[in-house]
Write a protein that binds this ligand. Structure first.
Ligand SMILES: [Ca+2]
Length: 268
């Protein structure tokens, strides 16, 4: 009996030791839970469309049967609209040389465009691209999207700031996490079916983010979307996600890419 008791105590203490202390155990199990729930996706190319290799893509959206694109660079930043398969923009505006254009989003009859380091957001009329007004904000401007009610903005970190479109004031912050760890370098955004999709700067990954909890629900691996034949010394990272809610079509492009890819996203 005494022998059995010793074995029991030994077994219990071994179980406790193998799990570590209470706090790390909880942290590890939270991370494990999140990574277990995480879904992994890849893509299939449905169609390839032309994209200007001089466009350093910073914001990308589809509406009214056209692509809307904001580009960056000092002296080369633009906001433009063009039809798929057409190389020439129907309309465009050039930013002053002081501003490096960043993310864009259509909101009602207007378009918002961020700038990188100057803390300015410009608002244009959707039809004429005439500038209507501007807002100032703290920190860097990277990506922008909307659910039709509020604006979602990135600044190069792992947080997404929710802003009031009427005032551009922050309403709340979404701290994005991947498997329990802080995300980083969230860039161009797109609102797709109740999720925020964000491409991650300097990687091939797109995070599918729950806007309420900030948890990354899925990771889309876009590695290899470009043929090596389409990559030159000038080709930079993927930085454009556009979505058509009416048809479910998704397009991707990048900085100085020669193509826009219509893709189907499939679970791995
Ligand atoms: Ca977008």
């Amino acid at each position: 009996m005494k022998h059995q008791l010793i074995i029991l105590i030994f077994a219990l203490s071994a179980m406790a030791c193998s799990c570590g202390g209470a706090t790390p155990k909880r942290a590890a199990s939270t991370a494990n839970e999140q990574s277990k729930q995480l879904k992994y996706y890849t893509f299939r190319i449905v169609a390839e469309l032309p994209h200007s290799t001089s466009d350093y893509t910073q914001g990308f959206q589809y509406a009214d049967g056209k692509f809307w694109e904001g580009t960056g660079g000092y002296g080369s930043s633009e906001l433009k609209v063009y039809a798929p398969y057409e190389g020439v923009p129907e309309k465009s505006v050039t930013l002053s040389r002081n501003y490096f254009g960043e993310g864009i989003t259509l909101f009602g009859e207007e378009i918002y465009q961020l700038t990188w380091l100057k803390g300015k957001a410009f608002v244009y009329d959707r039809q004429s691209l005439r500038k209507l007004r501007e807002y100032t904000y703290e920190g860097e401007g990277w990506g922008l999207t909307t659910d039709g009610k509020v604006l979602y903005m990135t600044d190069g970190s792992g947080k997404i700031t929710v802003r009031d479109p009427k005032t551009f004031e922050p309403l709340r912050t979404i701290n994005v996490t991947l498997g329990g760890r802080k995300a980083d370098k969230l860039n161009e955004l797109e609102w797709i079916g109740g999720e925020i999709w964000a491409n991650v700067y300097m990687t091939d990954n797109i995070y599918r983010i729950d806007p309420e909890s900030g948890k990354v629900l899925g990771v889309v691996d876009m590695a290899g979307v470009q043929s090596p034949l389409d990559v030159t010394y000038n080709t930079d990272v993927l930085n454009g996600i556009a979505y058509d809610p009416a048809t479910g079509r998704i397009w991707m492009t990048g900085k100085n890419w020669n193509k826009i890819y219509q893709v189907e996203i499939v679970e791995k």
